[in-house]
Design a protein around this ligand. Structure first.
Ligand code: SF4
Ligand SMILES: [Zn+2]
Length: 582
Protein backbone atom coordinates (compact mmCIF):
# COMPACT_ATOMS: atom_id res chain seq x y z
CA UNK A 1 0.00 0.00 0.00
CA UNK A 2 1.40 3.40 -0.98
CA UNK A 3 2.15 6.11 1.55
CA UNK A 4 -0.88 8.20 0.59
CA UNK A 5 -3.30 5.27 0.66
CA UNK A 6 -1.95 4.44 4.07
CA UNK A 7 -2.67 7.99 5.24
CA UNK A 8 -6.18 7.88 3.80
CA UNK A 9 -6.81 4.66 5.70
CA UNK A 10 -5.59 6.24 8.88
CA UNK A 11 -7.89 9.20 8.35
CA UNK A 12 -10.85 6.98 7.77
CA UNK A 13 -10.18 5.17 11.04
CA UNK A 14 -9.49 8.41 12.85
CA UNK A 15 -12.66 10.14 11.68
CA UNK A 16 -14.77 7.08 12.39
CA UNK A 17 -13.44 7.16 15.92
CA UNK A 18 -13.66 10.92 16.47
CA UNK A 19 -16.27 12.35 14.21
CA UNK A 20 -18.84 9.97 12.95
CA UNK A 21 -18.95 7.56 15.83
CA UNK A 22 -21.93 7.55 18.17
CA UNK A 23 -21.50 9.42 21.44
CA UNK A 24 -19.71 7.27 23.96
CA UNK A 25 -21.39 8.85 26.99
CA UNK A 26 -25.02 8.55 28.07
CA UNK A 27 -27.06 11.72 27.40
CA UNK A 28 -27.75 12.15 31.11
CA UNK A 29 -24.01 12.28 31.91
CA UNK A 30 -23.33 14.83 29.18
CA UNK A 31 -26.25 16.96 30.37
CA UNK A 32 -24.97 16.81 33.92
CA UNK A 33 -21.52 18.03 32.83
CA UNK A 34 -23.05 20.75 30.67
CA UNK A 35 -25.31 21.99 33.48
CA UNK A 36 -22.33 22.31 35.81
CA UNK A 37 -20.20 23.98 33.15
CA UNK A 38 -22.88 26.57 32.50
CA UNK A 39 -22.81 27.52 36.16
CA UNK A 40 -19.06 28.25 36.07
CA UNK A 41 -17.72 31.69 35.27
CA UNK A 42 -14.71 31.31 32.90
CA UNK A 43 -13.44 27.93 34.18
CA UNK A 44 -9.77 27.18 33.54
CA UNK A 45 -8.94 24.15 31.31
CA UNK A 46 -7.80 22.37 34.46
CA UNK A 47 -11.13 23.04 36.23
CA UNK A 48 -13.05 21.74 33.20
CA UNK A 49 -10.98 18.56 33.15
CA UNK A 50 -11.46 18.00 36.86
CA UNK A 51 -15.20 18.51 36.57
CA UNK A 52 -15.44 16.01 33.69
CA UNK A 53 -13.44 13.43 35.60
CA UNK A 54 -15.56 13.90 38.71
CA UNK A 55 -18.91 13.64 36.91
CA UNK A 56 -18.17 11.27 34.02
CA UNK A 57 -15.16 9.25 35.12
CA UNK A 58 -11.38 9.56 35.00
CA UNK A 59 -10.97 8.15 31.49
CA UNK A 60 -13.46 10.56 29.87
CA UNK A 61 -11.99 13.39 27.76
CA UNK A 62 -13.29 16.78 26.64
CA UNK A 63 -13.67 15.37 23.13
CA UNK A 64 -16.00 12.62 24.45
CA UNK A 65 -18.20 15.20 26.20
CA UNK A 66 -18.07 17.46 23.16
CA UNK A 67 -19.23 14.68 20.88
CA UNK A 68 -22.17 13.92 23.18
CA UNK A 69 -22.98 17.62 23.49
CA UNK A 70 -22.99 18.08 19.71
CA UNK A 71 -25.31 15.11 19.35
CA UNK A 72 -27.73 16.59 21.89
CA UNK A 73 -27.67 19.95 20.09
CA UNK A 74 -28.18 18.28 16.71
CA UNK A 75 -31.22 16.43 18.08
CA UNK A 76 -32.64 19.66 19.47
CA UNK A 77 -32.42 18.48 23.07
CA UNK A 78 -30.04 21.32 24.01
CA UNK A 79 -29.35 24.75 22.52
CA UNK A 80 -25.71 25.42 21.64
CA UNK A 81 -24.09 27.63 24.24
CA UNK A 82 -20.88 29.52 23.47
CA UNK A 83 -19.88 29.24 27.11
CA UNK A 84 -20.06 25.44 27.03
CA UNK A 85 -18.43 25.20 23.61
CA UNK A 86 -15.68 27.55 24.80
CA UNK A 87 -15.03 25.36 27.84
CA UNK A 88 -14.98 22.11 25.85
CA UNK A 89 -13.01 23.43 22.91
CA UNK A 90 -9.34 22.45 22.74
CA UNK A 91 -6.92 25.19 21.64
CA UNK A 92 -9.62 27.91 21.63
CA UNK A 93 -7.20 30.54 20.35
CA UNK A 94 -7.25 28.87 16.92
CA UNK A 95 -10.69 30.30 16.14
CA UNK A 96 -10.90 33.14 18.65
CA UNK A 97 -10.77 35.62 15.80
CA UNK A 98 -14.09 34.30 14.50
CA UNK A 99 -13.09 32.07 11.60
CA UNK A 100 -11.45 28.66 11.30
CA UNK A 101 -8.05 28.95 9.56
CA UNK A 102 -7.24 26.18 7.11
CA UNK A 103 -3.65 26.32 5.83
CA UNK A 104 -2.82 24.31 2.72
CA UNK A 105 0.51 24.03 0.93
CA UNK A 106 1.31 23.98 -2.78
CA UNK A 107 3.65 21.43 -4.34
CA UNK A 108 7.40 22.15 -4.66
CA UNK A 109 8.10 24.54 -7.51
CA UNK A 110 11.05 26.79 -8.40
CA UNK A 111 10.86 30.38 -7.19
CA UNK A 112 12.31 33.19 -9.32
CA UNK A 113 13.99 34.59 -6.19
CA UNK A 114 17.44 33.74 -4.85
CA UNK A 115 17.30 35.29 -1.39
CA UNK A 116 20.40 34.58 0.67
CA UNK A 117 18.46 33.48 3.75
CA UNK A 118 15.93 31.22 2.02
CA UNK A 119 16.15 27.46 2.66
CA UNK A 120 15.79 25.23 -0.37
CA UNK A 121 14.87 21.77 0.88
CA UNK A 122 14.42 19.00 -1.66
CA UNK A 123 10.81 17.94 -2.02
CA UNK A 124 9.47 21.11 -0.36
CA UNK A 125 8.22 24.41 -1.75
CA UNK A 126 11.00 27.02 -1.63
CA UNK A 127 11.52 28.55 1.81
CA UNK A 128 9.75 25.76 3.74
CA UNK A 129 11.43 23.14 5.91
CA UNK A 130 10.10 19.59 6.12
CA UNK A 131 9.07 19.56 9.75
CA UNK A 132 7.71 23.09 10.00
CA UNK A 133 4.12 22.87 11.28
CA UNK A 134 1.73 23.06 8.33
CA UNK A 135 4.49 22.10 5.91
CA UNK A 136 4.71 18.62 7.42
CA UNK A 137 0.99 18.07 6.94
CA UNK A 138 1.32 19.19 3.31
CA UNK A 139 4.20 16.79 2.74
CA UNK A 140 2.42 13.86 4.37
CA UNK A 141 -0.60 14.44 2.18
CA UNK A 142 1.40 14.74 -1.03
CA UNK A 143 0.52 18.48 -1.22
CA UNK A 144 -2.93 17.43 -2.35
CA UNK A 145 -5.24 20.46 -1.91
CA UNK A 146 -8.39 18.39 -1.37
CA UNK A 147 -6.85 16.07 1.22
CA UNK A 148 -5.20 18.93 3.11
CA UNK A 149 -8.45 20.92 3.27
CA UNK A 150 -10.59 17.99 4.42
CA UNK A 151 -8.02 16.85 6.94
CA UNK A 152 -7.65 20.29 8.50
CA UNK A 153 -11.40 20.89 8.73
CA UNK A 154 -11.84 17.53 10.42
CA UNK A 155 -9.04 18.18 12.89
CA UNK A 156 -10.48 21.56 13.90
CA UNK A 157 -13.97 20.13 14.16
CA UNK A 158 -12.82 17.22 16.29
CA UNK A 159 -11.26 19.47 18.90
CA UNK A 160 -14.43 21.51 19.17
CA UNK A 161 -14.19 24.38 16.70
CA UNK A 162 -17.04 25.48 14.50
CA UNK A 163 -15.93 25.11 10.90
CA UNK A 164 -18.74 26.76 9.00
CA UNK A 165 -16.58 29.83 8.27
CA UNK A 166 -13.24 28.93 6.75
CA UNK A 167 -10.30 31.18 6.02
CA UNK A 168 -8.22 29.36 3.43
CA UNK A 169 -4.52 30.20 3.66
CA UNK A 170 -2.46 28.97 0.72
CA UNK A 171 1.21 28.61 1.61
CA UNK A 172 4.27 27.60 -0.38
CA UNK A 173 6.91 29.71 -2.10
CA UNK A 174 5.69 32.28 -4.57
CA UNK A 175 2.11 31.66 -5.74
CA UNK A 176 2.40 33.86 -8.84
CA UNK A 177 5.26 31.72 -10.18
CA UNK A 178 3.09 28.57 -10.44
CA UNK A 179 1.42 27.86 -13.80
CA UNK A 180 -2.12 29.23 -13.89
CA UNK A 181 -3.60 25.82 -14.75
CA UNK A 182 -2.13 24.48 -11.53
CA UNK A 183 -3.35 27.52 -9.56
CA UNK A 184 -6.90 27.09 -10.83
CA UNK A 185 -6.90 23.34 -10.16
CA UNK A 186 -5.44 23.83 -6.68
CA UNK A 187 -8.07 26.37 -5.62
CA UNK A 188 -10.90 24.32 -7.15
CA UNK A 189 -9.83 21.24 -5.20
CA UNK A 190 -9.64 23.26 -1.95
CA UNK A 191 -13.22 24.36 -2.59
CA UNK A 192 -14.19 20.77 -3.38
CA UNK A 193 -12.80 19.87 0.04
CA UNK A 194 -14.95 22.55 1.71
CA UNK A 195 -17.99 21.64 -0.38
CA UNK A 196 -17.81 17.86 -0.03
CA UNK A 197 -18.52 17.68 -3.75
CA UNK A 198 -16.28 17.53 -6.82
CA UNK A 199 -16.92 20.38 -9.25
CA UNK A 200 -15.94 20.36 -12.91
CA UNK A 201 -14.64 23.90 -12.99
CA UNK A 202 -13.77 26.67 -10.58
CA UNK A 203 -16.92 28.78 -10.99
CA UNK A 204 -19.03 25.74 -10.20
CA UNK A 205 -16.97 25.08 -7.05
CA UNK A 206 -17.43 28.73 -6.04
CA UNK A 207 -21.18 28.55 -6.62
CA UNK A 208 -21.51 25.35 -4.59
CA UNK A 209 -19.63 26.96 -1.73
CA UNK A 210 -22.21 29.75 -1.39
CA UNK A 211 -24.52 27.30 0.36
CA UNK A 212 -21.98 24.74 1.59
CA UNK A 213 -21.57 23.62 5.17
CA UNK A 214 -18.00 25.00 5.25
CA UNK A 215 -18.12 28.43 3.62
CA UNK A 216 -15.06 30.29 2.51
CA UNK A 217 -14.92 33.70 4.18
CA UNK A 218 -11.36 34.57 3.18
CA UNK A 219 -8.64 33.30 0.85
CA UNK A 220 -5.00 34.34 0.95
CA UNK A 221 -1.93 33.52 -1.15
CA UNK A 222 1.72 34.59 -0.79
CA UNK A 223 3.76 36.33 -3.46
CA UNK A 224 6.59 38.75 -4.20
CA UNK A 225 6.13 42.50 -4.76
CA UNK A 226 7.65 42.45 -8.26
CA UNK A 227 5.09 39.89 -9.45
CA UNK A 228 2.08 42.02 -8.51
CA UNK A 229 0.59 43.67 -11.58
CA UNK A 230 -2.87 45.00 -12.40
CA UNK A 231 -3.48 41.94 -14.54
CA UNK A 232 -2.26 39.56 -11.81
CA UNK A 233 -4.57 41.26 -9.28
CA UNK A 234 -7.54 40.61 -11.59
CA UNK A 235 -6.52 36.96 -11.92
CA UNK A 236 -6.24 36.56 -8.15
CA UNK A 237 -9.72 38.01 -7.78
CA UNK A 238 -11.05 35.53 -10.32
CA UNK A 239 -9.64 32.71 -8.19
CA UNK A 240 -11.51 34.11 -5.18
CA UNK A 241 -8.50 35.59 -3.37
CA UNK A 242 -9.28 38.31 -0.81
CA UNK A 243 -5.90 38.82 0.89
CA UNK A 244 -2.35 38.85 -0.43
CA UNK A 245 0.64 38.02 1.73
CA UNK A 246 3.48 39.98 0.28
CA UNK A 247 7.17 39.57 1.06
CA UNK A 248 8.35 43.15 1.47
CA UNK A 249 11.14 42.17 3.94
CA UNK A 250 12.72 45.65 3.78
CA UNK A 251 12.19 49.00 2.10
CA UNK A 252 15.91 49.73 1.98
CA UNK A 253 17.27 49.08 -1.52
CA UNK A 254 20.80 48.51 -0.22
CA UNK A 255 19.60 45.78 2.15
CA UNK A 256 17.35 44.26 -0.52
CA UNK A 257 20.26 44.05 -2.97
CA UNK A 258 22.66 42.60 -0.38
CA UNK A 259 20.14 39.88 0.40
CA UNK A 260 19.49 39.25 -3.33
CA UNK A 261 15.79 39.85 -3.03
CA UNK A 262 15.55 40.79 -6.70
CA UNK A 263 13.12 43.68 -6.14
CA UNK A 264 13.24 47.20 -4.76
CA UNK A 265 11.34 49.16 -2.15
CA UNK A 266 9.56 50.93 -4.99
CA UNK A 267 8.25 47.54 -6.19
CA UNK A 268 6.72 47.04 -2.74
CA UNK A 269 5.06 50.50 -2.84
CA UNK A 270 3.70 49.89 -6.32
CA UNK A 271 2.39 46.43 -5.34
CA UNK A 272 0.64 47.81 -2.24
CA UNK A 273 -1.01 50.51 -4.38
CA UNK A 274 -2.28 47.97 -6.91
CA UNK A 275 -3.55 45.57 -4.26
CA UNK A 276 -5.28 48.28 -2.24
CA UNK A 277 -6.93 49.76 -5.34
CA UNK A 278 -8.25 46.27 -6.16
CA UNK A 279 -9.71 45.93 -2.66
CA UNK A 280 -7.33 43.27 -1.31
CA UNK A 281 -6.15 43.13 2.26
CA UNK A 282 -2.39 43.54 2.37
CA UNK A 283 -0.51 41.19 4.69
CA UNK A 284 3.14 42.23 4.59
CA UNK A 285 6.13 40.20 5.71
CA UNK A 286 9.05 42.17 7.15
CA UNK A 287 12.45 40.82 8.28
CA UNK A 288 14.72 42.46 10.81
CA UNK A 289 18.37 41.41 11.08
CA UNK A 290 18.88 40.86 7.36
CA UNK A 291 22.44 40.80 6.01
CA UNK A 292 23.82 44.36 6.27
CA UNK A 293 21.18 45.64 8.72
CA UNK A 294 21.74 47.05 12.19
CA UNK A 295 19.17 47.47 14.98
CA UNK A 296 19.12 51.22 14.19
CA UNK A 297 18.62 50.73 10.45
CA UNK A 298 15.91 48.15 11.17
CA UNK A 299 14.02 50.52 13.42
CA UNK A 300 14.17 53.21 10.72
CA UNK A 301 13.01 50.72 8.13
CA UNK A 302 10.13 49.58 10.32
CA UNK A 303 9.00 53.18 10.84
CA UNK A 304 8.99 53.58 7.05
CA UNK A 305 6.27 50.90 6.77
CA UNK A 306 3.90 53.40 8.40
CA UNK A 307 5.42 56.77 7.54
CA UNK A 308 5.54 55.96 3.84
CA UNK A 309 2.02 56.46 2.49
CA UNK A 310 2.79 53.99 -0.27
CA UNK A 311 3.00 51.04 2.14
CA UNK A 312 0.89 51.03 5.34
CA UNK A 313 -0.08 47.33 5.35
CA UNK A 314 -3.22 45.95 7.03
CA UNK A 315 -1.45 43.00 8.62
CA UNK A 316 2.17 42.22 9.34
CA UNK A 317 4.32 39.16 9.94
CA UNK A 318 7.68 39.92 11.48
CA UNK A 319 10.22 37.21 10.72
CA UNK A 320 13.61 37.87 12.35
CA UNK A 321 16.26 36.50 10.01
CA UNK A 322 17.78 33.19 11.10
CA UNK A 323 20.71 31.16 9.79
CA UNK A 324 19.61 27.83 8.32
CA UNK A 325 22.11 25.32 6.85
CA UNK A 326 22.34 25.14 3.08
CA UNK A 327 21.67 28.84 2.52
CA UNK A 328 24.04 31.52 1.25
CA UNK A 329 23.56 33.26 4.59
CA UNK A 330 24.84 30.14 6.35
CA UNK A 331 28.03 30.24 4.27
CA UNK A 332 28.45 33.94 5.13
CA UNK A 333 27.89 33.13 8.78
CA UNK A 334 30.56 30.41 8.71
CA UNK A 335 32.99 32.87 7.05
CA UNK A 336 32.26 35.39 9.80
CA UNK A 337 30.54 37.83 7.44
CA UNK A 338 27.18 37.76 9.21
CA UNK A 339 26.07 37.41 12.82
CA UNK A 340 22.51 37.56 14.10
CA UNK A 341 21.65 39.97 16.91
CA UNK A 342 21.91 38.57 20.42
CA UNK A 343 18.45 37.79 21.84
CA UNK A 344 18.34 40.82 24.15
CA UNK A 345 19.14 43.16 21.24
CA UNK A 346 16.43 41.56 19.11
CA UNK A 347 13.86 41.79 21.92
CA UNK A 348 14.72 45.45 22.47
CA UNK A 349 14.32 46.14 18.75
CA UNK A 350 10.97 44.36 18.59
CA UNK A 351 9.72 46.24 21.66
CA UNK A 352 10.54 49.52 19.94
CA UNK A 353 9.02 48.33 16.67
CA UNK A 354 5.79 47.14 18.24
CA UNK A 355 5.35 50.45 20.00
CA UNK A 356 5.15 52.04 16.51
CA UNK A 357 2.42 49.79 15.06
CA UNK A 358 -0.69 51.83 14.22
CA UNK A 359 -4.12 50.65 15.38
CA UNK A 360 -5.25 49.75 11.83
CA UNK A 361 -2.65 46.97 11.54
CA UNK A 362 -2.69 43.45 12.98
CA UNK A 363 0.68 41.91 13.84
CA UNK A 364 0.01 38.24 13.22
CA UNK A 365 3.47 36.81 13.85
CA UNK A 366 6.66 37.81 15.58
CA UNK A 367 8.67 34.80 14.53
CA UNK A 368 8.66 32.13 11.88
CA UNK A 369 7.80 28.61 13.03
CA UNK A 370 11.15 27.07 12.00
CA UNK A 371 11.86 24.16 14.38
CA UNK A 372 14.82 25.26 16.53
CA UNK A 373 17.02 22.32 15.58
CA UNK A 374 17.21 23.78 12.05
CA UNK A 375 18.46 27.14 13.30
CA UNK A 376 22.25 27.36 13.39
CA UNK A 377 22.22 30.93 14.66
CA UNK A 378 19.46 33.42 15.39
CA UNK A 379 16.59 33.62 17.83
CA UNK A 380 15.39 30.25 19.11
CA UNK A 381 13.00 31.65 21.69
CA UNK A 382 9.68 30.07 20.75
CA UNK A 383 8.05 32.32 23.34
CA UNK A 384 9.28 35.51 21.69
CA UNK A 385 5.85 37.18 21.58
CA UNK A 386 5.39 36.76 25.33
CA UNK A 387 8.97 37.86 26.03
CA UNK A 388 8.42 41.03 24.00
CA UNK A 389 5.05 41.67 25.64
CA UNK A 390 6.56 41.36 29.13
CA UNK A 391 9.43 43.62 28.18
CA UNK A 392 6.97 46.21 26.82
CA UNK A 393 4.92 46.04 30.02
CA UNK A 394 8.05 46.61 32.13
CA UNK A 395 8.72 49.78 30.13
CA UNK A 396 5.12 50.94 30.39
CA UNK A 397 4.54 50.26 26.68
CA UNK A 398 1.75 48.39 25.00
CA UNK A 399 1.30 47.13 21.45
CA UNK A 400 -1.72 48.87 19.98
CA UNK A 401 -2.19 46.51 17.05
CA UNK A 402 -5.50 44.84 16.25
CA UNK A 403 -4.45 41.45 17.59
CA UNK A 404 -3.55 42.88 20.98
CA UNK A 405 -6.92 44.62 21.25
CA UNK A 406 -9.42 42.09 19.89
CA UNK A 407 -12.05 40.77 22.30
CA UNK A 408 -11.51 37.11 21.43
CA UNK A 409 -13.64 34.94 23.68
CA UNK A 410 -14.66 37.70 26.05
CA UNK A 411 -18.37 38.33 26.36
CA UNK A 412 -19.30 41.84 25.30
CA UNK A 413 -21.94 44.17 26.62
CA UNK A 414 -23.38 45.59 23.40
CA UNK A 415 -25.00 48.51 25.20
CA UNK A 416 -21.55 49.94 25.91
CA UNK A 417 -20.09 49.85 22.43
CA UNK A 418 -18.59 52.87 20.68
CA UNK A 419 -18.04 53.31 16.97
CA UNK A 420 -14.67 54.86 16.02
CA UNK A 421 -13.44 56.08 12.67
CA UNK A 422 -9.66 56.15 12.22
CA UNK A 423 -8.80 58.01 9.03
CA UNK A 424 -5.43 57.72 7.32
CA UNK A 425 -4.07 58.51 3.90
CA UNK A 426 -2.22 56.25 1.52
CA UNK A 427 -0.63 57.16 -1.78
CA UNK A 428 -3.74 56.08 -3.62
CA UNK A 429 -6.64 56.34 -1.15
CA UNK A 430 -8.18 57.70 1.98
CA UNK A 431 -8.69 54.81 4.36
CA UNK A 432 -11.35 54.67 7.06
CA UNK A 433 -10.65 52.05 9.69
CA UNK A 434 -14.07 51.82 11.32
CA UNK A 435 -14.11 49.92 14.56
CA UNK A 436 -16.55 48.93 17.25
CA UNK A 437 -15.01 48.99 20.67
CA UNK A 438 -16.53 47.80 23.92
CA UNK A 439 -14.90 49.62 26.82
CA UNK A 440 -16.47 47.22 29.31
CA UNK A 441 -14.65 44.14 28.02
CA UNK A 442 -11.55 45.03 30.08
CA UNK A 443 -7.81 44.34 29.92
CA UNK A 444 -7.50 46.59 26.89
CA UNK A 445 -9.17 43.89 24.78
CA UNK A 446 -12.10 45.83 23.55
CA UNK A 447 -12.05 45.64 19.76
CA UNK A 448 -15.24 43.76 18.84
CA UNK A 449 -15.44 44.44 15.10
CA UNK A 450 -13.91 46.51 12.33
CA UNK A 451 -14.35 47.46 8.70
CA UNK A 452 -11.78 48.76 6.22
CA UNK A 453 -13.25 51.31 3.83
CA UNK A 454 -11.05 52.55 1.00
CA UNK A 455 -11.84 55.75 -0.91
CA UNK A 456 -9.59 55.74 -3.99
CA UNK A 457 -8.11 59.14 -4.86
CA UNK A 458 -7.11 60.91 -8.05
CA UNK A 459 -3.65 59.30 -8.04
CA UNK A 460 -5.21 55.81 -8.13
CA UNK A 461 -7.50 56.77 -11.00
CA UNK A 462 -4.86 58.52 -13.08
CA UNK A 463 -2.33 55.71 -12.67
CA UNK A 464 -4.91 53.21 -13.93
CA UNK A 465 -4.54 50.80 -11.07
CA UNK A 466 -8.24 50.82 -10.20
CA UNK A 467 -9.92 47.77 -11.80
CA UNK A 468 -12.52 48.93 -14.38
CA UNK A 469 -15.27 47.35 -12.31
CA UNK A 470 -14.38 49.56 -9.31
CA UNK A 471 -14.13 52.92 -11.07
CA UNK A 472 -16.49 55.29 -9.20
CA UNK A 473 -16.73 52.98 -6.17
CA UNK A 474 -15.74 53.29 -2.56
CA UNK A 475 -14.46 49.85 -1.62
CA UNK A 476 -14.92 47.75 1.50
CA UNK A 477 -11.73 45.71 1.80
CA UNK A 478 -12.60 43.84 4.96
CA UNK A 479 -15.34 43.36 7.52
CA UNK A 480 -14.42 41.43 10.62
CA UNK A 481 -16.53 40.75 13.67
CA UNK A 482 -14.65 39.07 16.50
CA UNK A 483 -15.62 36.31 18.81
CA UNK A 484 -15.13 32.58 18.70
CA UNK A 485 -16.22 30.89 15.49
CA UNK A 486 -19.72 29.73 16.27
CA UNK A 487 -22.06 27.78 14.10
CA UNK A 488 -24.23 30.03 11.98
CA UNK A 489 -27.42 30.82 13.84
CA UNK A 490 -26.01 30.29 17.32
CA UNK A 491 -27.13 33.20 19.48
CA UNK A 492 -24.56 34.56 21.86
CA UNK A 493 -23.18 37.40 23.88
CA UNK A 494 -20.01 37.29 21.83
CA UNK A 495 -19.37 40.01 19.33
CA UNK A 496 -20.07 37.90 16.26
CA UNK A 497 -23.81 37.75 16.56
CA UNK A 498 -24.67 41.22 17.71
CA UNK A 499 -25.42 43.03 14.45
CA UNK A 500 -22.06 44.82 14.55
CA UNK A 501 -21.44 43.96 10.88
CA UNK A 502 -24.65 45.75 9.85
CA UNK A 503 -23.79 48.78 11.96
CA UNK A 504 -20.37 49.04 10.30
CA UNK A 505 -21.83 48.64 6.82
CA UNK A 506 -24.33 51.45 7.50
CA UNK A 507 -21.52 53.74 8.60
CA UNK A 508 -19.43 52.83 5.53
CA UNK A 509 -22.40 53.69 3.30
CA UNK A 510 -22.83 57.03 5.03
CA UNK A 511 -19.13 57.94 4.70
CA UNK A 512 -18.86 56.83 1.05
CA UNK A 513 -22.03 58.68 0.17
CA UNK A 514 -21.02 61.92 1.82
CA UNK A 515 -17.62 61.68 0.07
CA UNK A 516 -19.52 61.74 -3.22
CA UNK A 517 -19.18 58.13 -4.34
CA UNK A 518 -22.08 56.71 -6.35
CA UNK A 519 -21.48 53.13 -5.33
CA UNK A 520 -20.17 51.03 -2.49
CA UNK A 521 -18.36 47.86 -3.58
CA UNK A 522 -17.00 44.97 -1.59
CA UNK A 523 -14.37 42.30 -2.23
CA UNK A 524 -16.62 39.48 -1.07
CA UNK A 525 -15.18 36.06 -0.34
CA UNK A 526 -17.17 33.37 -2.13
CA UNK A 527 -18.93 32.15 1.01
CA UNK A 528 -20.02 35.66 2.03
CA UNK A 529 -21.88 36.52 -1.17
CA UNK A 530 -25.25 35.57 0.31
CA UNK A 531 -24.55 37.74 3.36
CA UNK A 532 -23.84 40.79 1.19
CA UNK A 533 -26.84 40.09 -1.02
CA UNK A 534 -29.04 40.15 2.06
CA UNK A 535 -27.60 43.60 2.77
CA UNK A 536 -28.43 45.14 -0.58
CA UNK A 537 -25.34 44.28 -2.63
CA UNK A 538 -25.63 42.67 -6.04
CA UNK A 539 -23.12 40.63 -7.99
CA UNK A 540 -20.73 42.15 -10.46
CA UNK A 541 -18.01 40.27 -12.28
CA UNK A 542 -15.34 40.13 -9.54
CA UNK A 543 -16.89 42.30 -6.81
CA UNK A 544 -20.30 43.04 -5.32
CA UNK A 545 -21.91 46.47 -5.48
CA UNK A 546 -24.58 48.56 -3.79
CA UNK A 547 -25.77 51.91 -5.12
CA UNK A 548 -25.58 54.87 -2.76
CA UNK A 549 -28.63 57.10 -2.65
CA UNK A 550 -27.48 60.59 -1.73
CA UNK A 551 -24.46 61.54 -3.78
CA UNK A 552 -22.47 64.73 -3.88
CA UNK A 553 -19.52 65.61 -6.02
CA UNK A 554 -16.43 63.67 -4.85
CA UNK A 555 -14.50 65.53 -2.18
CA UNK A 556 -11.18 65.86 -4.02
CA UNK A 557 -9.46 67.27 -0.96
CA UNK A 558 -9.38 63.70 0.30
CA UNK A 559 -6.88 62.92 -2.42
CA UNK A 560 -4.41 65.36 -0.92
CA UNK A 561 -2.09 64.67 1.98
CA UNK A 562 -3.52 66.49 4.96
CA UNK A 563 -1.42 67.75 7.80
CA UNK A 564 -4.50 67.86 9.98
CA UNK A 565 -4.87 64.12 9.61
CA UNK A 566 -1.28 63.35 10.48
CA UNK A 567 0.29 63.22 13.90
CA UNK A 568 -0.02 61.04 16.90
CA UNK A 569 -1.11 57.89 15.15
CA UNK A 570 1.62 58.03 12.50
CA UNK A 571 -0.46 59.59 9.78
CA UNK A 572 -3.90 58.86 11.13
CA UNK A 573 -6.69 60.73 12.85
CA UNK A 574 -9.33 59.12 14.99
CA UNK A 575 -12.77 60.24 15.96
CA UNK A 576 -15.64 58.71 17.79
CA UNK A 577 -18.90 58.44 15.89
CA UNK A 578 -21.89 59.32 18.04
CA UNK A 579 -25.12 57.40 18.10
CA UNK A 580 -23.83 53.83 18.12
CA UNK A 581 -26.43 51.18 18.90
CA UNK A 582 -26.64 47.47 18.32
S1 SF4 B 1 11.11 35.03 -2.92
FE1 SF4 B 1 10.53 33.91 -1.06
S2 SF4 B 1 10.49 31.76 -1.67
FE2 SF4 B 1 11.58 32.85 -3.28
S3 SF4 B 1 13.75 32.68 -2.73
FE3 SF4 B 1 13.03 34.60 -1.82
S4 SF4 B 1 12.32 34.09 0.25
FE4 SF4 B 1 12.55 32.17 -0.90
ZN1 LIG C 1 0.01 43.71 18.87
Amino acid sequence: MGHREDLRERWARWSARHENGAPVLPDSTVMDVVRRLEALEKPSPHEVKRLIHRVAGPSVSKVDVLRGYRSLVARGVLTASPRVLGALCLKPVRTSSGVAPVAVMTKPHPCPGSCVFCPDVEGMPKSYITDEPGALRGLQLGFDPYDQTVHRIRSLSTIGHATDKIELIVLGGTWSSYPRDYQEWFIRRCFDGMNGHDAHWLEEAHRLNETAKHRNVGLSIETRPDLVTVEEAAWLRRLGVTKVQIGIQSLDDRILALNRRGHTGEDARRACGILRAAGFKIHAHWMPNLLGATPESDLEDFARLWDDRGVRPDELKIYPCAVVPGTELYRRFVRGEYAPYPDDVLVDLLVRCKALVPPYCRVTRLMRDIPVHHITAGCKNTNLRQTVRRSMARRGLRCGCIRCREVGWAEVDPSTFELHDLVYETQTSTEHFLSIQCPSSGEGRRLAAFLRLSLPNGVALSSRIVPPELVGSAVIREVHVYGPALSLGTRSLHAQHRGFGTRLLDEARRIASSAGFARLSVIAAVGTRAYYESRGFSRGDLYMHAPLRETRRPDRSRALPSKARGGVLRGAASRSVPGGGP
